[in-house]
Structure formats: structure tokens, C-alpha cells
Design a protein around this ligand. Structure first.
Ligand code: LLP
Length: 425
């Protein structure tokens, strides 16, 4: 069900007109729909019902405490990539026993923090990381549960910046080295190999590459079992894409269909080789949970017609939403209210001093100065990738629940941005 729609000529989030949010909270503001968030999470949870499965939300996509709290209460676990993210999970009341820790560069301090909270598992990406984790765990008198992130060398067929499962990527342990690396892990006294994981890329519209990766993990689990290294979970990573609404884009595979195919394959394998004994399955979705639950609300500052291009200068910029500048990502732009002007093709740009500061190119808009626009599907990798470039305070974030609007992060005051700095004595 769409949670952002036009009603009486005004774009709404649930039952709240975005124009009201702009008046009350100003712009630019990220606006999230609570109903959309829960619906997306439930698509995963429902497909996992009755199974030993865990949905670990990849919180890098959007780590606002209000979102983490809602998901934690729904039973979500979390995929983290830093000590800071673990502190957020705890601050939001999430359960560290449902946390998995991914990332190629975990520091000693981060390992200590995660071990002190007894997280579910470290997704380890290299041999030096195994040794470091073994030492840290040993010094704390602990045993670290580990999974190896295997790089299955499958082509996720997505933007090169967000493809992670090819040999040329920095991520994971090469498929051909996986067995030897597990032997190393099993030989280290303070590590317990418990799982295997992969993450081949993001914004995948088709699940065929994910199922190909699953087959490779299955092959490894069998080979490890034959050596006495018995794993109790298999983690598929994230990657399921969303519909950004670009013309010609294929629709993403429905979450239920994808999970259904994963479970069917796993069930057939377990029945054939393990007398039907199940294995726990973990998913790490980020974008599929939050991507279409948020928009970036922005106001037109100036219209600047030109010989080659017309510019629609808005108060949001690349520091608020990096995806277009960084990946040439196409994001849908909608007018909050219809305009009376003739439609003109505009590049929607921000005030930052970079030619790369654009949010959308060549869009037909009927707008005047002061009009409100919404950059759609901005719930994932929007706020979390924002910065303070040009000493711009970061946008406010609000969450809509029906006709109630909760401020879930107040707008940053520029004076706060340099409060940590000092001049030479
Ligand atoms: N697990 C791991 C280990 C990951 O690295 C990621 C995302 C995920 C799970 C979640 O992937 P998702 O389900 O969201 O596709 N900033 C980029 C996307 C970067 C994804 C990084 N890793 C963008 O805006 O498109």
C-alpha cells in the first residue's frame, strides 16, 4: 500500500500533508512513514514465520533511533559496521544478542566493545582480522563467535560502486581460500566458527545472483562439515532493491518470493544431506526495509533559466543526499502541490559549491520560487550519508504516524558544527 500519495492536490505522508510538515519543521527535512517501515519489515518477518531465521536490519541504511526502536520491538536483529552503530542499537533498546558485526576494518576497541556485549556473531573478512579477534577475545577471557564473509565471485549486475561480490572487490574471503581460512579460524583457541555469510551487492532487482551465491555457500557448508567444522547459520547478506521509479527500470523481486526461493533451496538441501535438520538463516536487508519509507522535503529557493539548462535551486543539497552525486543515482522528484506555471525541464540542484551538487536532472516541473518538492525513495542511504559540507547543518528528520508527526532528529544548528573545534592558544 502506498504511504506517500496525492490527496486533494497535496502530497501526503500517510494522513499528513507534506506542506504542513514544511511549515512546522522547515526544510530540508527527511519525512518517514511509520506504517511503510513496519510493512516492509513485516514482509521479511512474515516470510520467516515459523522458521529459525533472523532479520538483521543493515542499519547503515538509516540508523535513526526511532527506526531502530520500532524494528527492535518488532523482533529485528541488526547488522552493524562500527562500534558507533552498536552503541546506537543499545541506545534504542535493541538486543546485542541479535547483532552481527560486518566490515573489513574492525578496530581493537570495536572488537572489545562488541565482545563485552556478547553480540551474536562477527562477520570476519580476512585472516589478519581472525588473528586480531582471537587475541582480543583471549585477553578478555571470551570466545568470539565468527562467520566468514565469503566472496562468491558472482556478478550482482548493479552499479560498480555498490557491487561487492566480485574478486576485484575489497570485501570478504575469496571463495577458493574459504576452506583454508575456516581451518585457520577453527585452530584459533578463542574463536568458534558458527556461520558463513556473503553480501554480493546492493539494489539488486533480480534474485538470481543471490541464489547463485547461496549455492556456493551451500557447497562450502558441506565441505566444512566433512572436515568436522559444523556451522549453525547461513547469512545471505542484504541487497534486495527497491523501485526508484525510473522509466524502464524492472520492478524488484518481491521480498516474499525471494525468501521463499531461499528457503525452498535450503530445505531441499537439508533434506538431501542432513535428514532435514534445519540451519538458521540470517538476512541483512537495509534498503528494502527503509528505502521507500522516506522522502526528502525541500523548498525551491530560486529558478535560474539558462541558454543550455534551466536550474531549479532548492534548499537541499548533495550534503543532505549524496546518492545522485556519488552514484549518478536517479531519484524521483515530485511536486508537493501542482503549479500553475507551464512545465519546464529543470536540473534540480542545491546551493553547495560543486558542479556535482545536483539531485535530479532534466525533470519537467511546474514550479515557482517557494514551491515544495519531495525527493522520493530517500529513506535509505539518505540521512546516514549526509555531511556538514559547506558548514550546512544536517536536515531535520520526522516520522509520520497517521496524522501525527514526531520530530525524530532536530535540525542541526550551524553553531553546533564547530563547537568541537578550538583555535591555537
Ligand atoms: N550487509 C552488508 C555486509 C552490507 O555491506 C550492506 C550494504 C548490507 C548488508 C545492506 O545492503 P542493502 O540491503 O541495503 O542493499 N550507499 C549505497 C548502498 C551501499 C550498500 C553498502 N552495503 C546506495 O546508496 O546505493
Amino acid at each position: 500500500m502506498p504511504h506517500f500519495f496525492h490527496l486533494d492536490g497535496v502530497l501526503h505522508a500517510e494522513r499528513t500533508p507534506l506542506s504542513r510538515i514544511a511549515e512546522q519543521f522547515g526544510t530540508p527535512t527527511y519525512v518517514y512513514s511509520k506504517a511503510a517501515l513496519l510493512e516492509n519489515f513485516d514482509a521479511f518477518a512474515d516470510a520467516c514465520a515459523g522458521r529459525d531465521a533472523l532479520v538483521c536490519y543493515a542499519m547503515k541504511a538509516n540508523s535513526n533511533l526511532a527506526i531502530l526502536d520500532l524494528l527492535a520491538r518488532r523482533g529485528a536483529g541488526f547488522d552493524i559496521v562500527s562500534g558507533g552503530e552498536l552503541l546506537r542499537v543499545i541506545a534504542a533498546g535493541g538486543d546485542p544478542a541479535k547483532v552481527i558485526f560486518s566490515g573489513v576494518g574492525k578496530t581493537v576497541d570495536e572488537m572489545r566493545l562488541a565482545l563485552s556485549h556478547d553480540i551474536l556473531c562477527f562477520n570476519v573478512e580476512s585472516i589478519p582480522e581472525l588473528h586480531r579477534l582471537n587475541e582480543v577475545a583471549g585477553a578478555m577471557g571470551k570466545q568470539a563467535r565468527v562467520s566468514l564473509r565469503v566472496n562468491p565471485n558472482v556478478d550482482a549486475k548493479t552499479h560498480p560502486y555498490i557491487a561487492t561480490g566480485l574478486k576485484a572487490n575489497k570485501f570478504g574471503v575469496a571463495f577458493d581460500d574459504a576452506l583454508a581460512t575456516y581451518r585457520t579460524a577453527a585452530g584459533l583457541p578463542h574463536l568458534t566458527p558458527v556461520g558463513i555469510d556473503c553480501h554480493i551487492g546492493s539494489q539488486l532487482l533480480d534474485d538470481a545472483p543471490l541464489l547463485e551465491a547461496l549455492d556456493k555457500l551451500i557447497e562450502l557448508v558441506d565441505a566444512l562439515g566433512a572436515e568436522g567444522i559444523v556451522l549453525d547459520h547461513l547469512d545471505m547478506g542484504g541487497g534486495i532493491g527497491i523501485n526508484y521509479g525510473a522509466a524502464g527500470d524492472a520492478p524488484p523481486v518481491p521480498v516474499g518470493d525471494y525468501l521463499g526461493r531461499v528457503f525452498a533451496r535450503i530445505d531441499a538441501w537439508r533434506a538431501a544431506n542432513y535428514g532435514g535438520a534445519p540451519i538458521k538463516v540470517i538476512f541483512e536487508p537495509g534498503r528494502a526495509i527503509v528505502g521507500d519509507t522516506g522522502v526528502l522535503l525541500t523548498r525551491v529557493e530560486f529558478l535560474k533559466p539558462g541558454a543550455e539548462k534551466n536550474f531549479c535551486i532548492v534548499d537541499a543539497a548533495m550534503n543532505d543526499l549524496m546518492r545522485p552525486a556519488l552514484y549518478q543515482a536517479w531519484m524521483d522528484v515530485q511536486q508537493v502541490q501542482a503549479g500553475t506555471q507551464p512545465a519546464v525541464s529543470y536540473d534540480v540542484v542545491g546551493p553547495v559549491c560543486e558542479s556535482g551538487d545536483w539531485l535530479a536532472r532534466e525533470r519537467e516541473l511546474s514550479v515557482a520560487q517557494g514551491a515544495l518538492l519531495a525527493i522520493m525513495q530517500a529513506g535509505a542511504y539518505g540521512f546516514t550519508m549526509s555531511s556538514n559540507y559547506n558548514t550546512r547543518g544536517r536536515a531535520a528528520e520526522v516520522m509520520v504516524d497517521g496524522d501525527t508527526v514526531h520530530l525524530v532528529r532536530r535540525r542541526e544548528d550551524p553553531a553546533e558544527l564547530f563547537a568541537l573545534e578550538s583555535m591555537l592558544k
